[in-house]
Ligand binder design. Structure first.
Ligand SMILES: Cc1cc2nc3c(=O)[nH]c(=O)nc-3n(C[C@H](O)[C@H](O)[C@H](O)COP(=O)(O)OP(=O)(O)OC[C@H]3O[C@@H](n4cnc5c(N)ncnc54)[C@H](O)[C@@H]3O)c2cc1C
Length: 560
């Protein structure tokens, strides 16, 4: 080949979030010599996340909570969300293996618990770690509903617990990690197989520059998420340090490169091109979600799938009384069943109502909402609900009056309300399928309209996350070309790849897919290393790969 490699490994994982960590753990378990690189310090969106993992079919935690669930029920419900984005076989395999997946995570130190949340909520409080995290309760006729959101145990948003435990397991497994190293291009041989990665690394930058890069990128993570422009400003010097001090680093991947570099929500040009309708939302990720993983794959001939699929979150609960209101668009017509999962509501608003919607409440529902806030919210949910009930709400003694105040069609709204109230009073099923316990007559003045429209506002942002990525073979995680043929030596997982959540996201489905797809890719790449080692004379795969791991560790010197 004639390449002068700076570092060598069997399996090189690009990106140290959930998918990367899981890929590395499985590849290491297959006795491969594994190296992870990350542009920053690792963690990615995973460490900022809610740490909710979607699993069911009778997990230990469901059993501890006395919840009945079955693989069949889980498959039936998820078929509605997943559509045809993966095959029926793959979906069943995912569902049937999800209890084992939670046990595997627990075995690597991630804590879960079976304390069941009694309310329908966007995120449970610190007392509850199992909840209805999707739209299960809205479709009881399709499948017996069951709570399947398994939140890693930890205070506040517990993605940090999930990531830190996985990161610890990765290091204990002997995987090397080179932080502050950005993959820029895949290296291929003359047959088109991926054999390495060209990177720009801060590894040999002056100590102060490395420390400043690390400190500023850590500092910028949360502002980037909650106050985009402040975060972007904090990241500017980080990029400047990279430009000034990062040096080329050429890494050989003898058995495979696994792309786990996140999605592309931070790449504005790519968002405009692939999903123009989704504007005005908050980028739910880190500056690492710049689409580089997907672009590197495309540059070597990979196909992509579902890049136009975006999850846009418009959670209206807590308080759960909000789900008893009526969500209407500018014409006064209902947007969707108000009890649906936040991403289903967001999608209906973006695609059918030009990002606009208002929630109609009456005096009784406003009162219930205030009452429910106590004890059922975390701080950020409380702030949001108070904002909605105060600054985002207008009231009037009549329906026509309140419609006029926000400028929506008063006749349309009156007709919608009359239909809804008639069905509710007669006990008829709600035309949009809202469950009966979320339906009540709305007839007590004054009437309020709460503005839920999607536009940039810090107090009530609409978080957005990209769902599509590189097309992969569903049995191996190998990246494929448009004709379905695999690109030898290239794998993808997590939000760099298409996966279980790529059609429609419900809470926990992205992290669950990261674990599922990361493990799948890592296992196959690790086994490929084993096969190559066997092919090169030794029968003792473990010994051979172990020896190459030790040699590589030595050549790399210290690992962070
Ligand atoms: C606030 C928040 C809450 C969320 N809550 C949940 C939840 O509860 N449940 C759920 O399922 N999903 C949740 N999500 C979504 C979920 O966290 C992400 O979809 C998931 O973590 C993506 O994991 P990943 O491994 O694909 O990427 P990441 O975790 O983002 O990791 C990618 C890594 O790749 C690195 N990288 C990027 N480009 C390069 C490059 N060129 N070279 C080297 N390294 C690179 C990045 O620095 C990063 O560390 C949430 C997201 C956010 C932001």
């Amino acid at each position: 080949m004639g390449q002068a490699w700076d570092v060598t490994a069997d399996v090189v994982v690009v990106g140290f979030g959930a998918a990367g960590a899981c890929a590395a753990l499985e590849a290491a378990a297959a006795h491969a010599d594994v190296l992870i690189i990350d542009r920053f310090d690792g963690g990615g969106a995973t460490a900022l996340s809610g740490g909710v993992v979607y699993a069911g079919g009778g997990t230990d935690q469901q059993q501890a909570a006395g919840v009945a669930d079955s693989v069949d029920a889980m498959v039936r419900y998820l078929t509605l969300e997943v559509g045809e984005v993966v095959s029926a076989d793959t979906l069943r395999r995912f569902c049937a293996g999800s209890g084992e997946m939670i046990n595997w995570l627990s075995g690597h130190g991630v804590p879960f618990a079976g304390s069941l949340c009694p309310d329908k909520t966007s995120y449970p409080t610190n007392r509850h770690y199992l909840y209805y995290s999707g739209s299960e309760l809205s479709v009881p006729d399709v499948a017996q509903p069951a709570p399947r959101g398994h939140r890693a145990v930890g205070r506040g948003t517990s993605g940090k617990v999930l990531y830190s435990r996985l990161a610890r397991a990765v290091r204990s497994a002997g995987v090397r990690v080179i932080p502050q190293t950005q993959a820029a291009r895949l290296v291929t041989d003359e047959e088109g197989s991926v054999v390495g990665v060209e990177c720009a690394s801060m590894r040999h930058a002056p100590r102060w520059a490395r420390m400043a890069h690390r400190a500023l990128s850590r500092l910028g993570k949360k502002p980037y998420l909650y106050a985009g422009s402040v975060g972007r400003r904090l990241y500017r010097p980080v990029m400047q340090l990279e430009k000034r001090y990062a040096r080329p680093l050429l890494i050989e991947a003898r058995s495979g490169v696994v792309l786990t570099a996140g999605g592309f929500v931070a790449n504005r040009a790519m968002m405009r091109e692939k999903a123009p309708a989704f504007r005005g939302g908050l980028a739910l990720g880190t500056p690492g979600d710049d689409g580089s993983g997907i672009q590197m794959g495309v540059a070597v001939g990979a196909a992509t799938k579902c890049l136009d699929r975006i999850s846009c979150w418009r959670f209206i609960t807590p308080p759960s009384a909000f789900a008893r209101g009526l969500l209407v668009g500018p014409s006064g017509q209902r947007v969707c069943d108000e009890s649906r999962y936040g991403a289903a509501i967001g999608e209906a608003m973006v695609l059918r109502h030009d990002l606009c919607a208002w929630l109609l409440l009456d005096r009784a529902l406003v009162k219930q909402s205030w009452r429910e806030l106590r004890g059922s919210t975390l701080w950020f949910q409380l702030m949001q609900a108070v904002y909605l009930l105060t600054r985002a709400r207008v009231s009037a003694p009549t329906v026509a009056g309140v419609a006029a105040k926000v400028g929506i069609d008063a006749d349309g709204l009156a007709a919608t309300l009359a239909d809804y109230n008639e069905a509710a009073a007669l006990g008829r099923p709600d035309p949009l399928g809202k469950p009966p316990d979320a339906v009540q007559v709305i007839n007590q003045p004054p009437y309020s309209l709460v503005d839920l429209s999607i536009r940039p506002r810090p107090a009530y942002p609409a978080p957005m996350l990209t769902l599509g990525g590189l097309a992969v073979a569903e049995d191996t995680g190998q990246v494929v070309r448009a004709d379905g043929s695999p690109i030898p030596g290239l794998y993808a997982a997590g939000r760099s790849a298409v996966g279980i959540c790529s059609n429609s996201y419900v809470s926990g489905l992205s992290l669950a897919d990261c674990v599922f797809s990361g493990r799948r890719a890592g296992r196959h790449a690790g086994e490929r290393a084993g096969r190559q080692a066997t092919g090169s004379a030794s029968n003792n795969v473990g010994e051979q790969a172990g020896a190459s791991a030790a040699a590589a560790r030595q050549s790399l010197g210290s690992s962070d």
